[in-house]
Design a protein around this ligand. Structure first.
Ligand code: AHM
Ligand code: MG
Length: 332
């Protein structure tokens, strides 16, 4: 393809981060380094995801690959990539992963500089890998609370306190979606150049769309209000779309509108999704794109005060009008 002459129009994720940093003269660059660690992690995980099925067959029965190394599951690999890249960044005090029972304290917070906590779900929806389906990485960044000595204590902040959040979708393209509280920006990995290129700024989700995304196999065990909403939506001729990987399902809602939900079920009375690794970062993005994210009537996800870093919450998010309608059905 021809080399574009208007190269000033091409903005990479790195350039975008530097542009944002320049708008904050007081910034030390610590935060920018954290975002760049997430970007390189995304490229590394993407490279592994693209080879997942091949690495499987190239390894032998004893779970060893051709080099005779023990093969690891991709969730473990993704988790280690993030821990390693974030571990090298001065600004990160604590990391917490959906894959680790305990948060990892990287640095004591005794310097004058502000430190951050990074929470992530390294490979969300990883069962999709068996069928070459989409998977993702979700992350959330909080300021380290200096008053808290204990690591869990400094992490237990409501989602409204997030300074940044985003996800990486490993789909037909690798897409990086980010908010630092100034709208939502989207980048696509150019595999030829190895760079994330900005493709959209200030993303706004459509105000409405006749589409819902839910594991409908669980329908009979949803609270009644959800079932009423689904019946109503079907009568209106809504479409149903469900990948079973939150990143892919929320990405569709973000771009096309509609509603995504993971309601309480008999098996999972608080739903399946985790507040700090899945619900909060997605809620921040959705609100920044003009949508809504609720856990129940009157309960904004971002206002939920966490009591445990691994706690679960019911999730309803998407176009404001759809979320409102579902909340009305839930309140009876
Ligand atoms: P995981 O973190 O173990 O991968 O589980 C989270 C995933 C989400 O990506 C997805 O929305 C949900 O589980 C699907 O669950 P279900 O198979 O019950 O519909
Ligand atoms: Mg997950």
């Amino acid at each position: 393809s021809p080399v574009p002459t208007q190269s000033a129009d091409i903005v990479t994720l790195q350039a975008h981060i530097l542009q944002q940093q320049a708008r904050h003269p007081e910034a030390t660059g610590q935060f920018s380094w954290i975002l760049s660690a997430l970007a390189i992690s995304a490229k590394m995980i993407s490279a592994h995801v693209r080879r997942a099925r091949l690495d499987d067959v190239l390894g032998t029965v004893g779970n060893q690959n051709v080099q005779g190394e023990q093969q690891q599951k991709l969730d473990v690999i993704a988790n280690e990539i993030l821990l390693r890249t974030l571990g090298g960044r001065e600004g990160v005090a604590i990391v917490a992963s959906e894959e680790n029972e305990e948060p990892v304290i990287l640095r004591e917070d005794d310097s004058a500089e502000r430190k951050y906590c990074v929470l992530f779900d390294p490979l969300d929806g990883s069962s999709n890998l068996d069928v070459c389906g989409s998977v993702g990485t979700i992350f959330s960044i909080l300021r380290k609370d200096r008053r808290q000595r204990d690591a869990r204590g400094s992490l237990l902040q409501a989602g409204a306190e997030q300074v940044a959040a985003g996800y990486v979708l490993y789909g037909s393209s690798t897409v990086f979606v980010l908010t630092i509280g100034l709208g939502v920006d989207m980048f696509v990995l150019d595999p030829a150049y190895g760079a994330f290129i900005r493709v959209a700024q200030g993303l706004k989700m459509p105000a409405t769309n006749k589409c819902y995304s839910v594991n409908e196999g669980n329908r009979l065990s949803f609270p009644e209000g959800y079932q009423h909403y689904l019946t109503w939506a079907q009568e209106q001729g809504y479409s149903s779309r469900y990948v079973g990987a939150m990143v892919a399902d929320v990405h569709r809602i973000l771009l096309q509108g509609g509603v995504f939900m993971y309601p309480p079920t008999k098996k999972a009375p608080k739903g399946k999704l985790r507040l700090m690794y899945e619900a909060n970062p997605m809620a921040f993005l959705v609100e920044q794109a003009g949508g809504k994210a609720m856990s129940g009537p009157g309960q904004r996800i971002l206002d939920v005060q966490p009591t445990d870093i691994h706690q679960r919450v019911p999730v309803v998010l998407g176009s404001a009008s759809e979320v409102d309608r579902l909340m009305e059905k839930l309140s009876g």
